[in-house]
Design a protein around this ligand. Structure first.
Ligand code: ZN
Length: 264
């Protein structure tokens, strides 16, 4: 049976790292995958090198289209809210009333008769205000639209801290990151309901990274992607071959591989 999944993200490139493999796998398995992005990411650190936030936004829109094509997404929808940036702007997506911020997503979920929505964990992963807002707005929108399945795209924080401790030992790779910064980021391992095996979709995930990493010299998110692209393929597969979710309303037990298990 084919399902429709709406993946709700804060900025172009968020879809690549957290769930690019899942999106590619679901599309390859015949499901309808719709990518919805709250902002155009125009507050990215690279804005000054583009002359204006508007030009950066246009550039990031084309990158998102290339990434979505690589992953097999059937549709890309941009809500065009203002990127809050970090520290957050006073009038960005993260500051809007939830009803206003959720309105276009509710409409999309109804229009697509979506079976499932993905959002982020309450911590907003590493804590960007727009990411925390995706959690709140997405949860609200799914309830309003009656979307039966809601999953938080996340990472088991134990794995991040373990990885950072390894990377910390390599001088100059991540100069300002320490494992302790991640004590409250993403999700505790005990909350994880799904661990999705996407090792067969590494080529698609890599192409999605490449679509966003073209300006990696100046943008933080793209820099992370560019750094990961430098990994040898075997290590890339090891580190990025699984993706994690917390399903709302499901008691965690042995992690599931099937995103749609609750619908079957
Ligand atoms: Zn983001």
């Amino acid at each position: 049976m084919a399902f429709t999944l709406v993946a709700f993200h804060a900025h172009p490139d968020d879809e690549a790292l957290l769930m690019g493999g899942t999106l590619a796998r679901l599309a390859a398995e015949g499901h309808r995958v719709v990518l919805a992005v709250a902002t155009d990411g125009e507050a990215g650190a690279a804005a000054s090198s583009y002359g204006s936030a508007g030009r950066l936004a246009a550039y990031r829109r084309s990158e998102l289209d290339r990434s979505a094509a690589a992953l097999g997404c059937a549709r890309v929808v941009r809500f065009g809210f203002k990127d809050s940036g970090w520290p957050a702007a006073l009038d960005g997506f993260s500051t809007l009333p939830v009803e206003e911020a959720a309105a276009p997503l509710i409409e999309l979920l109804r229009d697509e008769q979506a079976d499932a929505l993905t959002i982020y964990d309450p911590a907003g992963g590493y804590g960007h205000p727009d990411h925390r807002r995706v959690h709140t707005v997405g949860t609200y929108a799914a309830a309003e639209a009656g979307t039966p399945l809601v999953l938080e795209a996340t990472i088991d924080r134990r794995l991040i801290r373990r990885l950072i401790r390894v990377v910390e030992a390599i001088p100059g790779v991540l100069p300002n990151v320490s494992a302790a910064d991640y004590n409250h980021a993403y999700s505790p391992g005990t909350a994880i309901t799904h661990r999705v095996d996407v090792r067969q979709y590494m080529a698609e995930k890599r192409r999605s990274f490449e679509a966003h990493a073209s300006q990696a010299s100046s943008d933080d998110g793209a820099r992370t992607l560019a750094l990961l692209l430098k990994l040898p393929p075997s290590l890339f597969r090891l580190m990025l071959g699984r993706e994690w979710y917390v399903e709302h309303g499901r008691t965690p037990s042995a992690p599931l591989d099937d995103i749609f298990a609750s619908l079957r």
